[in-house]
Design a protein around this ligand. Structure first.
Ligand SMILES: [Zn+2]
Length: 360
């Protein structure tokens, strides 16, 4: 293991495959016990096999790692930069003296660490299998299109972001009988794709009892009544817009899925806007290229608390942070509400923060 500190002050541990402690192959990611802080009861180290980048989920450790063999060009560049600053650099053939462990691609490692309950796996598999039909349903559903329209979101923006719709009529089709039973709670929902280090997931917003012309807050109070469907459901939790291999160097974090669609409608790049959608925010999920983050969470108490917690953690990891909550006036507490009430001027504060960071 070699520690490198970048010019931005970020600390990266360059590690070798043989150092990974009892790694488990979990699809796109490998999980291992963290030898950096010496964890032996949890595989807190999560590494993307394609990019070689990984993080330790242990809050006290919080290490960012790069597995040298999985991303030789970047590992070499980092080691060279370190050498230029005068610190000693190990030769390319250097192998640390730790005990030899089996390489991570061995089939024996191909079993998941913690399997979610069967109903959850079945539900996710059913959603994934219907993704194409659900996207087509968004185009064809009058109800879903009217809903997006009233939220101020163009259909193309939603489709490009992977948004879809599951009409209950689809679940009643004879050929989907089995899936229909599994997906009942997802009926009549606008569905957003989610991503996390564990893989893909979905979050769905119920349109039950919504009618064109109905105000968002009226709909919310209708759904909050007993025996009504929950406004939002997820399986499993994740972020909307998190694509670890294509994240921009400057990220805007918002709370809701519709807030993200709002910013995309306003012209912000898809690779630069992430919706947290209620996930416990983990600073460990930010890949190395992220240098700056604009925190644009809601202006309510929950949003403020999450903002200060995140600002603190991100700053500690060397990321430049700007706070940009929605203005506290009569036009609404989140970006989407403000967008469909006052239009483009609602997102000017984010443009300003963004321009300031790029200029910096
Ligand atoms: Zn660790």
């Amino acid at each position: 293991m070699v520690t490198v500190v970048t010019r931005q002050g970020r600390r990266i541990e360059i590690i070798y495959q043989s150092e990974l402690c009892d790694p488990l192959n979990m699809g796109e990611y490998v999980r291992a016990y963290c030898h950096i802080h010496g964890s032996d009861h949890q595989r807190s180290l999560s590494i993307n096999k394609k990019t070689g980048w990984g993080h330790c989920f242990n809050a006290a450790c919080d290490a960012t790692v790069l597995v040298a063999e999985w991303n030789p060009p970047v590992a070499e560049r980092l080691l060279r930069a370190r050498y230029q600053t005068g610190a000693p650099v190990p030769p390319a053939y250097y192998q640390p003296p730790e005990k030899k462990l089996p390489p991570v691609y061995q089939p024996v490692l191909l079993h998941p660490l913690k399997t979610p309950p069967k109903w959850q796996r079945d539900e996710l598999a059913a959603l994934l299998s219907l993704s194409r039909q659900m996207r087509a349903a968004l185009v064809h559903s009058k109800q879903a299109r009217a809903y997006l329209y009233e939220r101020g979101i163009p259909l193309e923006v939603a489709l490009t972001a992977g948004v879809s719709y599951l009409p209950s009529a689809m679940l009643n089709m004879p050929e989907l009988q089995e899936k229909g039973g599994i997906l009942r709670r997802w009926a009549d929902r606008i569905i957003f794709p989610l991503t996390s280090p564990a893989g893909k997931g979905y979050i769905g917003r119920s349109l039950c009892h919504w009618q064109p012309g109905m105000d968002e807050n009226t709909h919310k109070s209708l759904l909050d009544q007993p025996k009504r469907p929950r406004r939002w459901i997820t399986n499993p939790a994740g972020w909307f817009g998190y694509d670890i291999d294509h994240l921009s160097g400057c990220l805007i974090l918002v709370e809701g899925a519709f807030d993200r669609l709002t910013l995309l409608s306003a012209g912000f790049p898809a690779a630069g806007v992430i919706a947290l959608v209620g996930t416990a925010t983990q600073a460990d999920w930010y890949p190395h290229q992220v240098k700056a983050v604009i925190l644009a969470l809601d202006a309510d108490d929950g949003g403020k608390e999450a903002t200060s917690r995140l600002a603190c953690r991100l700053t500690q990891t060397g990321i430049c942070v700007r706070l940009c909550p929605p203005l506290q006036d009569k036009w609404g507490k989140d970006w989407n509400e403000r967008w469909h009430r006052i239009g483009p001027q609602s997102v000017w504060p984010i443009y300003e923060a963004y321009a300031e960071l790029w200029g910096a």
